[in-house]
Design a protein around this ligand. Structure first.
Ligand SMILES: Nc1nc2c(ncn2[C@@H]2O[C@H](COP(=O)(O)OP(=O)(O)OP(=O)(O)O)[C@@H](O)[C@H]2O)c(=O)[nH]1
Length: 238
């Protein structure tokens, strides 16, 4: 059995969208009905995906809005992100887009393993964001998308989703590294072949030029002396 892999996942989103509820539901299997704003909490859970054990560390972050300063700690040592909005709040949907932009700016990558989650799907009457809108946004990021309800315990799946995303990114990364290495080695060989040929030619050219110079100078010296070069000398120079 392979060793468990450690993966750290941050749960981000606007205030009161259900970040803590989703995390607690996933880790402890219970729904907390009361609302207690989070500063920051960390949870651990072991899960198994495709025969591989993962030691997950989940960081339940404080709710943010578009004006919040994105904490630098949210971009360091984090392997993947769960970005949460509430399907009952347009504001939370707008904020999650700002957060994603800030996240990319901070991480400095075009794409990071992300799952966009539309929570509180049980509140049918209060819904203002359609599933298609969430899906469209996630697609534009190249992220996975799910709707969930912390209340109805529809959460496990998306945490497993993000692990799948992490695995996929890892596989793509490994593939890219192999391709890039092969291309680099190929280019390296070509460049060095050219460099080598250049120096060989240059060296031959220099040698030939040197021989010519000495030939010429001997002939010139002979001319000045008024003596034609002897056959012996010609042969020696040749
Ligand atoms: N009906 C319903 N209520 C939910 C759901 N998820 C969370 N809630 C409720 O929404 C409120 C806020 O939930 P939290 O989990 O504290 O939200 P949060 O995003 O962690 O809030 P901050 O810590 O302020 O950022 C609580 O009263 C929860 O009971 C859900 O899926 N369905």
């Amino acid at each position: 059995m392979p060793q468990p892999k450690y993966r750290k996942i941050a749960v981000l989103g606007y205030r009161s969208v259900g970040k803590s509820s989703l995390t607690i539901q996933f880790v402890e299997g219970q729904f907390v009905d009361s609302y207690d704003p989070t500063i920051e909490n960390t949870f651990n859970k072991m899960v198994s995906v495709n025969g591989q054990d993962f030691n997950l560390q989940l960081v339940d972050t404080a709710g943010q809005d578009e004006y919040s300063i994105f904490p630098q700690s949210h971009s360091m040592d984090i392997h993947g992100y769960v970005l949460v909005y509430s399907v009952t709040s347009m504001k939370s949907f707008e904020v999650v887009q700002v957060l994603h932009d800030k996240l990319l700016d901070m991480v400095g990558k075009i794409q990071v393993p992300t799952v966009l989650v539309g929570n509180k799907k049980d509140l049918h009457m209060e819904r203002v964001i359609k599933p298609e809108e969430g899906k469209k946004l996630a697609d534009s990021w190249g992220a996975a998308f799910m709707e969930s309800s912390a209340k109805e315990n529809q959460v496990t799946l998306f945490f497993l989703f993000i692990i799948e995303e992490l695995l996929l990114t890892l596989q793509l990364f490994t593939k890219h590294v192999i391709y890039l290495s092969a291309i680099h080695i190929f280019l390296f060989c070509i460049v060095w072949t050219f460099v080598y040929m250049f120096f060989i030619c240059k060296r031959t050219f220099i040698l030939q030029t040197a021989v010519e110079v000495f030939k010429r100078i001997i002939l010139e010296m002979e001319k000045v002396d008024g003596n034609a070069p002897s056959e012996e000398k010609k042969c020696a120079v040749m």
